[in-house]
Design a binder for this molecule. Structure first.
Ligand code: NAP
Ligand code: MG
Length: 496
């Protein structure tokens, strides 16, 4: 097929049209430079497609479109916003199998996990469809002769930059609330996973999203940097590493002091007390780190086990993890698939090497599987000390560090010893202990007897170097609105 679409067939046999252009002002266009880049399938390292690459000059064109669209969308009635959000949810839901297959192909995650992601994407659009008609200001009583009220106005043109671990889900967490609030936007997907964002773009016209309201570009860091430093963008919403987050914050400050939200990395603690439900807890400890091949920002990558159950728990972790199958995302027997790109694969293997060199005990795993595709065995290190690199740095792969603790307060201190503060888990049958610990952990999310238990109505975000601001819930609406206070003087002591 010619032009800006390719006729493709996913590895599990679904034929479809893959857009390959930049989606700007309601249509797919080529990047100004004419450059394209290769999209690689991590499951077999083969090229899926070549797609248009955005450069900073394309960002300018997209900002023009978003700025123009904001003149009307920024004042659109709320029911119109609700309608397009519900329609987008329906359209994505109807294509669940296709979105899941393309996400697996591009990212390396299993079809089951990708299907789960699409379900969450659909609920995210539905939730913010609901919110669109419920964003309100206040009236404020100050005295008899003023009328004072606030409005929650859309912040304006937004830049959005997302990572590659949950490409479509991270897109939905930003685009859905921004649409509900009346913003217009330019989203840059991650260079290693641009395909589902472009498929999503192909639904926007049908869903009734006016041209220029949502613009989707693919490309490398410099296109993201151009969004962060653009003087006509009023807000930047970023999800990615802490290192890039720092750069985004600096660019936002140096350009026009734009609003920022940063959803960054983590090294989340998962605490297992002597009285936990043992079998369920072993499963939760494994799912918390190995789900999505460990490429989860809030992965429970530090497991702390109380001394009374430590030996038995560690043995059970080893037995159970060795039953997990890893391999092609298209084989239903596999629990997780490939790491998403070569860079990340190499980074994870380096951390494993470092763990061994620094003296942590390799309990299981630590190896590449096969020689085609980026597959790594589930890896567990025990006897980890907080001086080890693998105890403090985010690995973002299937590598678990296990520690032992004695008392409740020691567990809290160890859990809080990280500069990050994203997720955390508490596993205990004692409600008193759960509440005591939950209120003392420095983390944006605390999961009790569960883990990575996301819901679009529940806010998510980090303390410390895990970020600034919250996504999901009603909290995200703060990110995409400005509060305007309007104070009208009445007769001020005069006579009518
Ligand atoms: P990353 O390297 O920081 O990249 C994230 C995005 O930023 C990509 O689109 C990337 O483009 C772009 N980018 C790179 N350099 C940039 C620059 N100077 N200015 C603006 N944008 C730039 O992160 P990643 O490796 O894709 O993702 C993994 C990280 O994301 C982990 O640390 C993980 O914990 C974090 N994460 C956090 C959350 C959360 O909600 N807190 C959720 C998911 C992931 P390229 O793709 O072209 O490099
Ligand atoms: Mg890819």
């Amino acid at each position: 097929m010619s032009g800006l679409k390719l006729q493709l067939k996913t590895p599990n046999g679904i034929s479809y049209e893959q857009p390959t252009g930049l989606f700007i002002n309601g249509e797919f266009v080529k990047g100004k430079s004419g450059k394209t880049f290769e999209v690689i399938a991590p499951y077999n390292e083969e090229v899926i497609a070549n797609i248009s690459e955005a450069e900073p000059v394309d960002v300018d064109v997209a900002v023009d479109a978003a700025e123009e669209a904001f003149k009307t969308w920024g004042h659109s009635d709320t029911e119109t916003r609700a309608r397009v959000l519900f329609k987008l949810a329906d359209l994505i839901e109807q294509k669940t199998e296709l979105f899941a297959a393309v996400e697996s192909w591009d990212n390396g995650k299993t079809i089951a996990m990708a299907t789960g992601d699409v379900g969450l994407v659909v609920s995210t659009f539905r939730n913010y469809g609901g919110w669109a008609t419920k964003i309100t200001g206040d009236t404020i009583e100050t005295d008899a002769d003023h009328f004072t009220y606030t409005r929650r106005e859309p912040v304006g043109v937004c830049g959005m930059v997302i990572p590659w671990n949950f490409p479509l889900l991270m897109l939905s967490w930003k685009i859905a609330p921004a649409l509900a609030c009346g913003c217009t936007m330019i989203l840059k997907s991650a260079e290693s996973t641009p395909l589902t964002a472009l498929l999503f773009a192909s639904l926007l016209n049908e869903a009734g999203v006016p041209k220029g309201v949502v613009n989707i570009i693919s490309g490398y860091g410099p296109a993201g940097a151009a969004l962060a430093s653009h003087s006509r963008i009023h807000k930047i919403a970023f999800t990615g590493s802490t290192a890039t987050g720092r750069k985004i914050m600096e660019s936002a400050a140096k350009s026009n002091v734009k609003n920022i939200t940063l959803e960054l990395g983590g090294k989340s603690p998962n605490l297992f007390f002597d009285d936990c439900d043992f079998d369920k807890s072993v499963k939760l400890a494994l799912a918390a780190i190995f789900y999505n091949s460990g490429e989860v920002c809030s992965a429970g990558s530090r497991v702390y086990i109380q001394e009374g159950i430590y030996d038995k728990f560690l043995a059970a972790l080893k037995t159970e993890v060795e039953k997990l199958k890893v391999g092609s995302p298209f084989d239903k027997d596999n629990y997780y698939g490939a790491q998403t790109n070569k860079l990340q694969f190499d980074k994870v293997m380096d951390y494993i090497q470092k763990g061994v060199e620094e003296g942590a005990q390799l309990v299981t795993g630590g190896k590449r599987i096969g020689n085609k595709g980026y597959y790594i065995t589930p890896t567990i290190f025990a006897d980890v000390s907080h001086s080890h690199t693998i105890a403090t740095e985010e690995i973002f792969g299937p590598v678990l560090a296990v520690f032992k603790f004695k008392t409740v307060d020691e567990a809290i201190a160890l859990a809080n010893s990280s500069e990050y503060g994203l997720g955390s888990g508490i596993h205990t049958e004692s409600l008193d202990r759960a509440i005591y610990v939950a209120h003392r952990l420095r983390a944006g999310s605390v999961w009790v007897n569960t883990y990575n238990d996301f819901h679009p109505q529940v806010p998510f975000g980090g303390y410390g170097t895990s970020g600034i601001g919250r996504e999901l819930g009603k909290e995200v609406l703060e990110n995409f609105t400005e509060t305007k206070a309007i104070r009208i003087a009445g007769i001020l002591g005069g006579r009518l």
